[in-house]
Design a protein around this ligand. Sequence first.
Ligand SMILES: Cc1cc2nc3c(=O)[nH]c(=O)nc-3n(C[C@H](O)[C@H](O)[C@H](O)COP(=O)(O)OP(=O)(O)OC[C@H]3O[C@@H](n4cnc5c(N)ncnc54)[C@H](O)[C@@H]3O)c2cc1C
Length: 402
Amino acid sequence: MRTVDVVIVGAGLAAAAAAKRLVDAGLETIVLERFQLPRHKICSGILSPRGHRFLLENFGPLPRETLHDPVSCRGVTFHFPSMVSMPMDFFGGTTPHLHRKYADHWAIQRSGAEVHDQTSFVGLQDNGDHVIVQAKRMGEPVEYRARQVIGADGPSSPVVRAVYPEYQQSIPWFIVGQKFHEIIDCPLDEQYFHFWFHPELGHYTWSHARDGRQIVGVGFKRGDNFARKHANVVKYFHEKHGVRLGEPLDDEGCGENFGPSLINRYVFGKGNVLITGQAAGFLNMIGEGMSCALHSGAICGEAVVEARLRNRPMQEMYRRMISSEVRRTSDQWNPLKIAFDRPHEADFPAALMALGWRDRAKVLRDMWRFVVLYKEFKWGRQIMQAAMQRPLIGGYSMKRWL
Ligand SMILES: Cc1cc2nc3c(=O)[nH]c(=O)nc-3n(C[C@H](O)[C@H](O)[C@H](O)COP(=O)(O)OP(=O)(O)OC[C@H]3O[C@@H](n4cnc5c(N)ncnc54)[C@H](O)[C@@H]3O)c2cc1C
């Protein structure tokens, strides 16, 4: 059995950031990844400026193979049923369009941690002064002994399931699916990620260019018909935006824990096990999760280092240090913050003010109708209540975190 300071489960961006902090502090760290690396990750790859800064500062300039074509993104365009479109540029210029398969692999290699791929986490036993991690490497059982374990294993986190068996039933989920189309004619500006606030299309509808194809994606509830929802969106794009696409060449989908950051119900771990990244519930509005995965991962790594150095309780240290990231992520959903502050990294208030007053009124009405759509959702009432209870200034109750 291999004995190390820390085992991290998952080789995504949260893991890379946590590993970087641990390795820099001299802690022997092993990363377990269930797939062979580099592994595919379903993601649009639109990086926020804050995520970009983190990658540059911690891992250096991005090599060309970590980027899709177009290689950069200027920002996000919101489209409304009243046919007003609102392009919003990122603060500080364009950001790289990440190819997650190669970007994540590059980051985890740059972290300096030892990586064991094709090694699936199966379970753990926290014995107080150490944790035994059970895993399977290519079907064969393998065990590790570590002082701490970090779950950076994404939305359906097996580490969260091991520590809190009931948690994943207690948060909002929905499914996202996307299809890759040949482009016949697409007037949507390929320099932007496009998002529709349209109740008839669904609660999460997006499109963008990638490597000569057009991605059309929809969010839906379990039991909804993906093919029908997607076909409806393609028809709408054609009729309203003049987008002409060939038959889809490929498709993919997954479940998203689109809720903990919305209702301030994060999960951070117990004893010697810490949870970070999207596994902990970090996901920004419009599904942007890379920047908060990187920052929460780094904070998690720092909390382990600090707690060991000062001989302080690990969980207390992590919760105290992570509260700034919680506030930042949850503020993105706060209507008051959106209206009067700048919780996002593209300038919504400026884009709104750039419209004529008639269009501004249409946008505000369309956004309200879109928000009302959430009432039909199983979690709608809870989400609306959480949003309305949030103070304009001030924090978020730690009592809601596990
Ligand atoms: C369709 C879609 C589009 C998106 N677009 C964007 C976007 O444009 N911009 C953005 O910022 N975010 C986007 N996101 C969100 C973003 O991809 C995630 O929030 C981010 O990847 C979370 O990073 P993470 O490191 O926490 O987890 P992940 O990237 O999910 O990494 C977790 C890792 O853990 C591994 N793992 C899981 N189980 C085990 C196990 N049992 N044993 C070992 N390893 C395991 C997984 O294989 C994976 O490699 C998108 C998500 C989706 C679904």
